[in-house]
Design a protein around this ligand. Structure first.
Ligand code: GTP
Ligand code: MG
Length: 200
C-alpha cells in the first residue's frame, strides 16, 4: 500500500471527542519509549508527523492521523511510565482503557514491545486484558536495528516460547526498525488486507 496522504487530525483525552468513528482505525500502544511515535513516522515516511522523544512519556494524548482519507492511525500514550506520579499514571491508564473498550471503529491494536528485552510482566498482562475484552491485536517487536541477526533470532524465539505458555495460538507478530524501515511493508500490507476485507 502506498501512503499518499498522512496528516495530523486531533489530540484528545476523551475517546468520545475523537473523529467520527466511520473509518477503520489502527492504534499503537506499548510501554513508554518503545518506539510507537517513531514507527508511525516510519510507516508514513515522515520525520516528525508524530512527536518522538528520547525521554519516556512524550505522547500524552490520543492522536489521530488521517491516512489516504481512508483510515486512521492512532498514537497513544505509553503505559507503565514509572517516573510520573501515581495520579498521572492512573489518568493515562483511564484514557487508554476507555479508548480501547469504547472506540467502536478500532480495527486492530498493535502492541509494541522492545526486541531487546524478554517479555515484561506489564506487556503480558496487557495482552491478557485485551484477550479478555476481545480486542483484536498484533505484536510488533521494535528497534530490531539494535540487535545482531543471531541475537534477534534468539530473542524472537524466547518471546514466542513465553507467550505460548499463555496462548494456544500466537497473535500475528511483526519485526520493525524505524531506523532501517524493517517491517514497514509487512505492517502496511497487513493493514491493507484488513481494510480490503472489511470494505462495505
Ligand atoms: P512515548 O510517547 O513516550 O510513550 O514513547 P514512544 O513509544 O512514542 O517512543 P518514541 O517513538 O518517542 O521513541 C523513543 C526513543 O526510541 C527515541 O529516542 C527514538 O529515536 C528511539 N527509537 C524509536 N524507534 C527506534 C528504532 O526502531 N530504532 C532505534 N535505534 N531507535 C528507535
Ligand atoms: Mg510517543
Amino acid at each position: 500500500m502506498k501512503i499518499t496522504k498522512a496528516e495530523f487530525v486531533t489530540s484528545n483525552t476523551d475517546y468520545k471527542k475523537c473523529p467520527a468513528p466511520v473509518r477503520p482505525e489502527y492504534a499503537f500502544i506499548g510501554r513508554s519509549n518503545v518506539g510507537k511515535s517513531s514507527l508511525i513516522n516510519s510507516l508514513c515516511e515522515r520525520k516528525s508527523l508524530a512527536k518522538t522523544s528520547a525521554t519516556p512519556g512524550k505522547t500524552q494524548l490520543i492522536n489521530h492521523f488521517n491516512i489516504n482519507d481512508a483510515w486512521y492511525l492512532v498514537d497513544l500514550p505509553g503505559y507503565g511510565y514509572a517516573r510520573t506520579s501515581k495520579t498521572n499514571r492512573a489518568a493515562f491508564a483511564k484514557i487508554i482503557t476507555s479508548y480501547i473498550e469504547g472506540r467502536e471503529n478500532l480495527t486492530n491494536l498493535f502492541v509494541l514491545v522492545d526486541s531487546r528485552h524478554e517479555p515484561q510482566k506489564i506487556d503480558v498482562e496487557f495482552m491478557a486484558y485485551l484477550a479478555e475484552n476481545s480486542i483484536p491485536f498484533s505484536i510488533i517487536m521494535t528497534k530490531m536495528d539494535k540487535l545482531s541477526k543471531e541475537k534477534a533470532k534468539k530473542n524472537i524465539e524466547i518471546y514466542q516460547n513465553i507467550l505460548s505458555q499463555d496462548w494456544e495460538e500466537l497473535p500475528p507478530m511483526f519485526f520493525s526498525s524505524s531506523e532501517t524501515g524493517q517491517g514497514r511493508e509487512e505492517i502496511l500490507q497487513y493493514i491493507e488486507d484488513i481494510n480490503n476485507s472489511i470494505k462495505p
